[in-house]
Ligand binder design. Structure first.
Ligand code: CA
Ligand code: CA
Ligand code: CA
Ligand code: CA
Ligand code: CA
Ligand code: CA
Length: 690
């Protein structure tokens, strides 16, 4: 019986006393007795100058072996040579923990980031012939009382991060970067939360995750991607799992063949638990570290570190002498636990599949908290493209009009507007009106506005409440037929029903919707878009597939599958917002939100709609704009929108508006950022009014 498989299904946040007993799937009889294997320590450092040796690591040599051993003690950092003899001591304040980042800035060797718990600051050092050289002091100054830290290099965006563990259970994730003037700076990106004080952590650049020890509870895993879900996964716990008492330090080891081992210290038994990371963190067994010759055994190891061929353990009890650090060879542990038998990691490098692009602007946050921003639409100014506007829904309360710099131009608090779309030149009386149409879940209706092309403001133009007769109206898109210029509304209902209405004049100067067609998609569908040139209607059935129907009222139920998450198109459900980039003629792209992996997939606009590639929107740290994630609605346009968007813009709802944490909003990405990365068409000849 493997306890972590059961516990991993418990989604819990900020929980101090997650009693596994409350979960029906969880065994109540305790875990199997741990299998304990003895490993002999092969090296120890000289006694430290302090009684609290809090952390250690091995400084790698250029050829991969160990060159120095570093020990964090009460009042600084001790440097030992590869045989464990003391070389130097650097005053680094009250160092509780430290970690290395490889490839930081212009540094050829690793950079050490150390945490001084006396004043909650992080400083950086490089190594010079056995002496630590300060790069910069106090790069991070946290407001929080800190207990521990670990460093991370993201495989997705290549950025360096520090996870700082706060005494109140909060885990701060800071981005550390080098500014143009060469100084190192840091920015708080997001805060994760555990119920009680976390003490140790280790980050994994291969899986982009961070493991954190909650001393009194167990070991948790968070997705280390700044845009990811913040709910942790429980890896192992005290009492019902493989910890007897206090949970101590963590370390990670990647074998050359692709296995990943997580080490976690069970302080009370002086044992180190091993987990097969790739096999769902399966508990492999526990190691006890005995001495040899003059070296004594390891007791109550708090901190751990794996690297340069060694597992380094802080030894609480070094006999008659002051606390020191013991080193066991990874190769000895590997043969004792048969690392060859562990699961090899075969999944792709998370950075491999996606082009990474940066936004240049973001809108103001919406008025409501929680999941609120949803779907954007782009309006092009008739004479001054730089004055174009973004319409965006707040599905908790209304509809926004934003300027291209993201500032609010207008807010219409008319109800729970879910999706929005717009078309030009809709005949109302003897006028050609620009209509903005939204699915209104408060009134279960179609909300219809005219956008005043002089003021850029919305005005209700519906001929009374345009009832949908749908129990739960959801997605919405418009279609303007190339045959006769008729304008249609498609609305999707949560149960999978799609209904089509034709827009026409009702009472003089007012617009009404007349139902003309309906069909069933099969299950919940929201995102949709119609191609005004080819008459195709694309509907995203969230859990299943992107479908192509005909958009004309007589087109019936015939459909074709464009893509689904089983095809090798970088998709993970839900499939959400979808829009069309109009290129020359019938060329261009269909863009689809792949909500489950925070990415966007592109397909040829022309049949057979081949997969073109995928991208993610990552943080533009220089501009202080975070990336986008968990995107619902999106829109895209090829028409130039002034100097900031000379090739059009991609707009995506952002489910997690972070750094600083704010209510949801929309991110704006210049099309050339995407087109240049994926070698795509940059067409500037489309007039959306024609
Ligand atoms: Ca000992
Ligand atoms: Ca959402
Ligand atoms: Ca949805
Ligand atoms: Ca974001
Ligand atoms: Ca939505
Ligand atoms: Ca932001």
């Amino acid at each position: 019986m493997r306890i972590n498989r059961h516990l991993a299904t418990v989604a819990v946040i900020g929980l101090a006393a997650c009693s596994p007993k409350e979960n029906a799937d969880t065994p109540t009889t305790g875990a199997e007795a741990p299998s304990v294997t003895n490993v002999t320590v092969s090296l120890e450092t000289a006694p430290s100058s302090s009684d609290s040796a809090s952390a250690a690591l091995v400084w790698p040599g250029e050829s991969g072996g160990a060159t120095y051993i570093l020990g964090a003690v009460e009042d600084g950092i001790e440097v030992y040579d590869a045989a464990g003899l003391t070389l130097s001591k650097t005053d680094g304040g009250e160092i509780e923990s430290f970690d290395l980042i490889h490839g930081f800035g212009a540094n050829s060797g690793p950079v050490l980031f150390s945490l001084d718990t006396s004043n909650s600051t992080v400083s950086a050092f490089t190594m010079n012939n056995g002496t630590l050289t300060p790069v910069q002091a106090d790069i991070i100054q946290s407001e929080v009382l800190l207990e521990g830290m670990c460093a991370h290099k993201s495989p997705l965006d290549g950025e360096a991060y520090a996870f700082l563990l706060g005494s109140g259970g909060q885990i701060e994730q800071w981005n550390i970067f080098t500014k143009a003037d060469g100084t190192v700076s840091a920015k708080l990106v997001r805060t994760l939360q555990l119920g009680t004080e976390p003490k140790f952590c280790v980050a994994d650049s291969r899986s982009n995750s961070v493991y954190v020890t909650e001393e009194a509870v167990g070991v948790w895993r968070f997705d280390a991607d700044v845009e990811a879900e913040t709910v942790p996964e429980l890896i192992d716990v005290k009492k019902f799992g493989h910890f007897t008492g206090e949970v101590g330090g963590l370390a990670l080891h990647h074998t050359e063949k692709g296995q990943t081992v997580l080490f976690a210290s069970d302080v009370e038994t002086s044992q180190i638990n091993l987990y097969d990371v790739t096999d769902d963190h399966r508990y492999v067994g526990s190691a006890k570290f005995s001495g040899a010759g003059s070296i004594d055994a390891v007791e109550n190891a708090g901190s751990l570190f794996a690297g340069s061929g060694y597992l380094v353990l802080a030894d609480e009890d070094n006999g008659e002498e002051a606390t020191n650090f013991k080193l066991a060879k990874i190769s000895d542990i590997a043969s004792a636990f048969n690392f060859d038998q562990l699961t090899e990691r075969t999944d792709e490098d998370p950075s491999g599949a996606f082009a990474l692009v940066k936004p240049s602007a973001e809108t103001a946050p919406v008025a409501d908290g929680g999941d609120a921003a949803d779907d954007p639409a782009i309006w092009v100014h008739p004479t001054d493209p730089g004055q174009s506007l973004i319409i965006g829904t707040n599905k908790q309360g209304g509809i926004y009009v934003y300027n291209l710099d993201g500032s609010v131009h207008q807010y219409v608090p008319d109800g729970r507007m879910n999706n929005v779309d717009l078309r030009y030149n809709v005949k109302v009386g003897d006028r050609a009106a620009t209509l903005v149409v939204a699915s209104n879940r408060t009134e279960e209706s179609i909300s219809i506005y005219e956008l005043d092309e002089q003021t850029g403001k919305l005005q209700d133009i519906a001929d009374g409440i345009q009832k949908t007769d749908m129990p739960d109206p959801y997605g919405l898109c418009l279609y303007q037929s190339p045959k006769d210029g008729s304008t249609y509304v498609f609305m999707n209902e949560k149960g999978g029903l799609v209904r089509q209405w034709q827009l026409g004049e009702g009472n003089p100067g007012k617009v009404k919707a007349t139902a003309v067609r309906e069909f069933e998609v099969g299950s919940t569908a929201e995102g949709c878009v119609a191609d005004d040139d080819t008459g195709a209607l694309f509907v995203a059935e969230e859990d299943i597939a992107l479908w192509k129907y005909g958009a004309e009222p007589g087109d019936g139920t015939a459909r074709e599958k464009i893509t689904d998450p089983q095809m090798n198109h970088g998709l993970k459900d839900d499939l959400e917002g979808v829009s069309i980039y109009y290129g020359a003629g019938t060329s261009g792209y269909i863009v689809l939100s792949s909500q489950g992996n925070n990415s966007y997939a592109l397909f040829d606009r022309e049949a057979p709609h081949a997969y073109v590639g995928s991208f993610r929107v990552i943080a533009n740290s220089d501009a202080g704009i975070d990336g986008s994630s968990e995107t619902d609605g999106l829109d895209i346009i090829s028409t130039p929108l002034g100097p900031d968007f000379p090739y059009g813009v991609f707009v995506a709802q952002d489910g997690r508006n972070i750094s600083p944490a704010e209510r949801q909003n929309f991110k704006l990405v210049p099309w050339e950022h995407i087109a240049d990365k994926l070698s795509l068409e940059k067409y500037t000849g489309r007039d959306p009014r024609k």
